[in-house]
Design a protein around this ligand. Structure first.
Ligand code: 5GP
Ligand code: ZN
Length: 114
């Protein structure tokens, strides 16, 4: 999608601090990090929200969770702990409508979240 910011990063039209890419997934650092480790993991395919995922996307969602575990280890937060967040819709504050998984770590997080 040409007007989607994260499609722009996936396709290389928009600069991103990319930490991982393969044929189905791209991971890059959040431009406004909320923790020492703050990485966004996205499917290459444009999917706006969790609600727009289709049965054929199940594989890439599984790959994303496996990648999150790999990145958590590589970034040194696997043992200390980390949080995975997917905001969906207005109440959750979703601001970019290309589904993305936040990997946050390197500091303690509160529960319940704000
Ligand atoms: P959301 O609020 O939709 O869950 O998360 C969107 C995230 O994208 C925010 O954490 C925001 O800081 C990040 N973001 C917004 N614009 C850019 C950008 O141009 N580049 C990168 N790397 N992250 C961005
Ligand atoms: Zn997109």
């Amino acid at each position: 999608m040409s007007d989607c910011l994260f499609c722009g990063i996936v396709e290389g039209r928009v600069k991103g601090d990319i930490v991982y890419r393969d044929e189905s997934v791209v991971a890059f650092r959040d431009i406004r990090p909320q923790a020492p480790v703050h990485i966004l993991i996205v499917p290459r395919k444009h999917v706006a929200t969790i609600l727009d995922l289709e049965a054929t996307d199940a594989g890439v969602v599984g790959e994303i969770f496996l990648l999150i575990a790999k990145l958590a280890r590589e970034q040194g937060v696997a043992e200390s702990g980390f949080r995975v967040v997917v905001n969906s819709g207005a109440d959750a504050g979703q601001s970019v409508f290309h589904v993305h998984f936040h990997l946050l770590g390197g500091r303690p997080f509160r529960w319940p979240p704000g």
